[in-house]
Design a binder for this molecule. Sequence first.
Ligand code: SF4
Length: 439
Amino acid sequence: MSNPTLQNKLAILADAAKYDASCASSGTGKRNSIGGQGIGSTEGSGICHSYAPDGRCISLLKILLTNFCTYDCLYCVNRVSSNVPRARFTVDEVVGLTLDFYRRNCIEGLFLSSGIIQNPDYTMEQVVEVARRLREDHDFRGYIHLKTIPDASPELLARAGLYADRLSINIELPTQSSLQALAPEKDGPAIRRSMARLRGHIDDAKGAAQDQSRTSIISLPQSRRAGRSVAPLFAPAGQSTQMIVGADATDDRTILGASASLYGDFKMRRVYYSAFSPIPDASARLPLKAPPLMREHRLYQADWLIRFYGFTHDEIDPKLAWALSHRAQFPVDLNRAPREMLLRVPGLGVRAVVRILEARRVRDVRASDLLRLHVPLAKVWPFVLLPDHHPGATLEADNLATRLRPAPAQADLFDEPQVAQPLAAVKVPALKPPQRTLA
Ligand code: SF4
């Protein structure tokens, strides 16, 4: 590439795109061969890998159209308040780069995302135009993944699916409260509405293709190869999304619950987890900690169990598995045990442990305190000791694991809205009288 301006833009906009997880690998060290030492590098940017429907690993040019953005999502390096160098490609430049890299056999497709310039529709129009020109003007048959902007008009989302193999809309954070706190311009319900629209288009296109293949004497691929009129494809590689992990206090259970609902409600092909990295130029309101790569890795493992082994997100609980195989270390005296041991108790999260430690400085923690902390009592009960509770022989029961794991249940036939159970209706297990004096 002889154009230095274009090269600078590519360096900025490929680097800015690397935080978007379109592939599920992470966590290697930095290595390079600068100075003639060795061969290869793990530090390059611009080309990433993804999986084609037939399982092949394909390389994609992964860039942003621009890293300018009018939004201020605190976890994002491209937010308006971030002090990073900015750049913007024209539509022609992205089209030219894609074709150029493709002809040189460096890539097999394009992954294109963008910060929001002017407004969501203006940005989305340019993103769609890149894909349209590649497909219609240059007959580009490589893979295209477009990151779509949830606030863009439904018409633009519908057009994007005609050119892209895969569309994705980032959910970003698993709860509406986290979104409000860290990405105030983003609208959780609007994101879900756009996902539902994409699902509708994908289902319609698949249904039309199936109808056509039923009534045609030759197969759909043969019809396409023969240039016959066939039902238009819509994002044949489906939709995916991404969640940031570690920027807020959401625990893994909530994250996996959100993923389960995304897979169920919108037929997501993938939910990607991206460990929050506070560099460069992190917001002072976010934790200045190394990216939680091991946590990200564990979430991918749990996600795999949900998608391919039929586990529900409620069943995946490594703490419970550890506690059941180390029963001799329980029950844990909540008024005496060190913090590390409190954290091992199934059902007690970091926040609950902090509250217990604070409370026990001034008085004994009792069963009613756990009730106020909204911890899942049925799960905590067999593993803890309190002045007014002792689990007795529960811990030794052979069927304890079965009792604590949710019973398998078939999905409802209808998408009925889930109504949260009021706290007053939650049945609290009967307290056993204290069997030991703890004073
Ligand atoms: S809208 Fe996207 S690019 Fe802009 S700050 Fe938020 S996450 Fe970053």
